[in-house]
Design a protein around this ligand. Structure first.
Ligand SMILES: [Zn+2]
Ligand SMILES: [Zn+2]
Length: 251
């Protein structure tokens, strides 16, 4: 598995951190996890192609995680490559279904083209199997549609938590996995419900014992605090790292 960070920020516009978006090369395909505002531009910065994409998974339906979804379809239609491209499949909580179809209807003239087919599938089962990998789904505490996605390929495990609070389900989903990509958008001084702050990350790691933790969805408060990663790391023995846009990780 190879992880490419396209966006390591939250919803607040900043020079160095785009909205949440990640590419995962897994099995024989490239998938995308979330597609926040600015994700298309980040494809170009990372020197990656939109045509590589086979599937897009949305962790939840907040706009910092889905806003480039219609622009992505618009760009795929009008770029018109002269080679056959793969069908694109979107996945999200079943509550995205009606929103998805309303958006497609609203923008159909500019996104629908029979040469570039795409479809939506609800994430309403606990486990899905794809080409060379599988994915488990866990509901988490952030919004009613928030999902944790756990990928397994050849015995290696990777968890993307999306936005989340600390819950028993989060701990279960991260237990002993090879790598967790989770969020750091809250602070211990002003913890916000539905998000993780440094002390909750320490709790999560102590209880779940993952082998490695990557922190993303970085808020300006945490970005401005250069000690935050060191403080989290100082009490833990596994590697903890704040990621940056365009970082690459082998999992
Ligand atoms: Zn978010
Ligand atoms: Zn959110």
């Amino acid at each position: 598995m190879k992880l490419t960070v396209l966006g390591s920020g939250n919803f607040i516009p900043r020079k160095n951190r785009s909205n949440p978006c990640y590419l995962l090369d897994i099995g024989i395909e490239t998938i995308m996890l979330d597609c926040g505002s600015g994700s298309l531009h980040q494809f170009a910065r990372a020197d990656r192609s939109l045509w590589e994409l086979r599937r897009i998974f949305f962790s939840h339906l907040h706009l910092d995680h889905i806003a480039d979804f219609i622009p992505l379809l618009f760009t795929r239609k009008y770029l018109q490559p002269n080679f056959p491209i793969q069908n694109l499949i979107f996945y999200a909580h079943p509550n995205f279904n009606s929103f998805y179809h309303e958006l497609i209807e609203l923008f159909s003239k500019w996104v629908v083209d029979e040469r570039y087919s795409f479809e939506f599938q609800s994430l309403d089962t606990d486990c899905m199997k794809f080409n060379g990998y599988s994915m488990e789904i866990f509901q988490t505490a952030h919004t009613p549609e928030s999902l944790i996605l756990k990928f397994t390929e050849n015995g290696k495990t990777f968890v993307y938590t999306g936005d989340t609070d600390l819950t028993e389900t989060l701990i279960t989903s991260c237990r002993n996995v090879d790598c967790v990509l989770t969020e750091l958008s809250s602070t211990d001084n002003e913890p916000s419900e539905g998000h993780l702050c440094p002390s909750k990350i320490v709790d999560l790691v102590r209880q779940a014992q993952p082998k490695r933790v990557l922190l993303t969805h970085i808020s300006p408060q945490n970005d401005d605090n250069s000690n935050v990663a060191n403080e989290i790391q100082s009490t833990l023995s596994i590697p903890i790292q704040i990621v940056n846009d365009l970082d690459l990780f082998e999992i």
